[in-house]
Design a binder for this molecule. Structure first.
Ligand code: ADP
Ligand code: MG
Ligand code: ZN
Length: 476
């Protein structure tokens, strides 16, 4: 018997508000424990939560970008469970009436298109953190994170492989980062995912028993854990066993998923509407206003780069990885209508310098107009591409413009036939062996000669001219 894999995903994204979802405490990461707390997020009796408008705004913008409908009446619910990092004994969440519903993301997975439906996205508060790493045998609780706004985004069980899961997560993360609502950092836990995985006999349309995976904090682990779990369940079923409904953790050291809790231990959350929070009304005007602020999404922009600038898919993908990089590219193209030349130079030289400096394009010392000035010097034949690449680190490091650098260093391309002719003769004389090879029919040696002449000219010779002169000299 063969089986089909079915996967649905729950993602918790921390929203990048300055303050928490129900109080004014800062959300910033990395401060001494319990310094960003107040009676509300400590869960002290008598304190009252107040919804953070920015968090709602971010949820609406995300919902719109994910093609969801936005609910006009929102109810917040208490979800009860006991854990030391949850001071109130319940988490404020949304249950029957989530803010966003029925959206989708379109993906391209290994060359074919694929739609993953989004069932819902709802607002809730994050819990604090338990710390067990001390020297002594105590455990500690840090509530700085308690009350950080989360958007939980839940798909329909529409995915069927680890590749689809990874493609969905990457695409979702791109959207969140582009909208500037989440920093998308899986390692630090601001973008957490939980795949729900089940198998069913191929052709069946009822769902099998699912296992939920937790503790996955990189795309690689998503792929590894999902693939492992599919294999594990396949083996259980093939051996005639039954998959248990349970939550399993990805154990990096073992490279396996291990049981965390089974269905019998699952919580009854006793949801009910939070009487401390009024139903939240969202007007059509507000939704329309936010719709107006949505930037072009990464996928749409990538498609536009393919058609508008005739870039290869690879280039379009790299350039739209961040909104700032895509903006930078487009600023260059506005000044100089040679998209492919610009793309090559950004992907090769600029990104290399930025990576080496450990910085991002927003803080690039070379502005689009300075980069374009350099590329125009290549385009009009003043310097060779090689020289442009050679002086780029200096352009990046200094105050000088491309024209100044070329002038000071005397790097103008040599197109003067007399001067080049001389270099050509020298190179041919020095390499009589290769000349004979060429005359004997091995025409690929021409490339070698061009290289030698370029070298002799310190990269300044005009390669087109050199090639012409060589051809002429060799056939005479
Ligand atoms: P739970 O209440 O256990 O969280 P939900 O019904 O809310 O379960 O679904 C959570 C996620 O699991 C959703 O993304 C959903 O698409 C997915 N899911 C539900 N049932 C299955 C199943 N049998 N196999 C795979 N995924 C499933
Ligand atoms: Mg669940
Ligand atoms: Zn607080």
């Amino acid at each position: 018997m063969t089986f089909e894999t079915v996967i649905g995903l729950e993602v918790h994204a921390q929203l990048r508000t300055n303050t928490k979802i129900f109080c004014g405490c800062r959300t910033e990461f990395g401060h001494p424990p319990n310094t960003h707390t107040c009676p509300v997020c400590l869960g002290l009796p008598g304190s009252l939560p107040v919804i953070n408008k920015r968090a709602v705004e971010m949820a609406i913008r995300t919902g719109l970008a994910l093609n969801c409908s936005i609910r006009s009446t929102n109810i917040f619910a208490r979800k009860h469970y006991f854990y030391p990092d949850l001071p109130k004994g319940y988490q404020i969440s949304q249950y029957e009436e989530p803010i966003c519903e029925w959206g989708w993301i379109d993906l391209n997975v290994n060359g074919s298109s694929k739609r993953v439906r989004i069932r819902r996205a709802h607002l809730e508060e994050d819990a604090g953190k338990n710390i067990h790493a001390g020297e002594d045998s105590h455990s500690y609780v840090d509530l700085n994170r308690a009350g950080t706004p989360l958007l939980e985004i839940v798909t329909e069980p529409d995915m069927h492989s680890a590749d689809e899961v990874v493609a969905y997560l990457k695409s979702l993360r791109d959207v969140l980062v582009y909208l500037d609502v989440c920093d998308g950092n899986m390692e630090q836990g601001s973008f957490r995912c939980e795949p729900n995985i089940s198998l069913r006999p191929t052709g069946s349309d009822t769902l099998g028993t699912k296992v939920e995976l937790k503790n996955i904090n990189s795309f690689k682990f998503v792929k590894d854990a999902t693939e492992y779990e599919i294999k594990r369940q396949t083996k259980v079923l093939t051996d005639g066993g039954k998959v248990c409904q349970e939550t399993r953790l990805w154990n990096i050291n073992l490279g396996q998923t291990v049981v965390m809790r089974s269905k019998e231990e699952a919580h009854d959350y006793r949801y009910f509407p939070d009487p401390d929070l009024l139903p939240l009304s969202i007007s059509d005007e507000w939704i329309d206003e936010l719709r107006g602020t949505l930037q072009e999404l990464p996928q749409v922009r990538q498609q536009r780069f393919l058609t508008e600038y005739s870039l290869p898919e690879y280039d379009a993908g790299v350039l739209t990885k961040s909104r700032e990089l895509a903006d930078y590219f487009e600023s260059c193209v506005q000044l100089f209508a040679e998209p492919k030349i610009i793309s090559n130079f950004i992907m090769g030289e600029l990104l290399r310098e930025l990576n080496q400096a450990g910085t991002v394009v927003e803080s690039s010392p070379v502005s689009p107009d300075r980069l374009v000035e350099l590329l125009q010097l290549v385009h009009d034949g003043t310097i060779s591409l090689k020289v442009a690449k050679d002086i780029f680190p200096e352009l990046y490091a200094g105050e000088k413009s491309a024209a100044q650098l070329v002038e000071e260093k005397g790097l103008q391309q040599v197109s003067d036939e007399g001067a080049l002719e001389k270099l050509v003769q020298e190179v041919l004389e020095k390499n009589s062996g290769q000349v004979e090879q060429f005359r004997g029919g091995k025409e690929t040696v021409l490339g070698f000669f061009v290289g030698q002449v370029m070298k002799a000219s310190s990269g300044k010779a005009n390669p087109k001219k050199v090639s012409d002169l060589l051809t002429r000299a060799l056939s005479s």
